[in-house]
Write a new protein. Sequence first.
Lengths: 267, 242
Amino acid sequence: MTDLFLPDFMLLALLGGVLIAWLAAPLGVFVVWQRQAYFGETLAHSALLGIGLGLLLDLNLTLAILATSFMLVFSLHHLRQSTQLAADTLLGILAHGSLALGLVVLSLQGNIQLDLMGYLFGDILSLHEQDLIWIGLLSVVVAYFFKHYWHDLLNLTLNSELARVEGVAVKQLQLAMTLLLALVIALAMKIVGILLITSLLILPAAAARRLAHTPEQMLAYTFVTGAMSVLLGLLASYHWDIPSGPAIVVSATFIFVILRFKPRPRA
Amino acid sequence: MTHLPLISANHIYHQFDGKPVLQSVSLQLHANQITTLIGPNGAGKSTLVKILLKLIKPTQGQVIHHQTLVIGFMPQKIHIDPTLPLTVQRFLQLGQKRGEHHTTSLERIADELGVRPLLSQAVQSLSGGEMQRVLLARALIRAPNLLVLDEPVQGIDLKSQAEIYQLIHQQQLKRQCAVLMISHDLHLVMKHTDEVLCLNQHICCSGDLQSLRNNPIFIDQFAGGLSEHALYQHHHTHCNHG
């Protein structure tokens, strides 16, 4: 009966995928509101360098990805202060520099069988039960963080100086958000891959904009559009035998385009 | 009521990349006083304000905040991305302390500043003058004893400028709060100001408006390009004092 829709072995993928979409939702709305899409992209690209170094030094891959994310944020901060290059130029340099370096480091490990396509575009069937445990743990942290700091995060999005004068710990919150973003990227990588992760962050949120009149509504609709993207993507992937990562992103794009036809909300 | 200043800055030096921006700036902001900080572009006004607000640490010198200090800050510019669905009402609520949503106090302030009809509008849809009034409302919502206004009338039309000044003055009288206002334009110094500080990396001169008009340093530094007429016309209101 179930394999009319999805066979049992894909239910794990569906569960993991929907949870990842929900993890990405609160980060995604803030990435969109704060115009940080390119930053998310850069963080995602640097993850490949993390994998390369992790494999080379035989480290836990999630930890290695976190370490490279920190290196990236630190380099960005340093470059912003010491050069006159615009932020998007710096992000471009770091995104592609780290992606290329990641590919080089990976290629040095000639004796290891590597699923490079899996890292770049995702392979949801590589999701294990152990990954689900990590996703579950991270969900608790993300839920607590956004519930507790929602008001402060909205204020720092409006104007960081005003927020600081009003007593918000802006730098700490931004750092925490970057850390969570890096963790979500490390986990979401298996599902949509490094090159497509940003779309999982921004497409459901951008699609939800048309439906929402408050920030909270936008988040709620992002949960819906994100979950729908994963479900439709996996169905399409199974029935038409297309790769799951791109199928999820195409579904998200499809939902975004459909919602463009809805009239613009007032507020 | 104590006589300690709300903010006191002592011998502030600040530099960016080895270039001095501020040199030996000392000032005090007292309760219920209107202070206007003027100076040309690049004089270090914004840097000084950030130091006074403790947003940045000066290279040297110290800033002391009185323990009762509550600051209402009106930033120079605010850009809110249109993807954030936010009404004016919600924008003002976000200015209240967490979990402290007094609808009545919010509505009272909205009435006083004439932004009540805007409450249900998207905050991104406001005109320049409307936005300034909303920002002023937000600065007032925590019942501050010091209002810090960074170029509050920049980029808005003359009629709205006069309205904003009037609102600031009304609120200051009503609340008896101190005001620190920043301006790069001599035309835009509020006539009710108690003290004008002229900054060009250091404080060149200070005093009330009347005395500064006759101060040769002031005229030399700040009034060079301005005609006497412009100086006296002073933002289209008549001077009643002096």
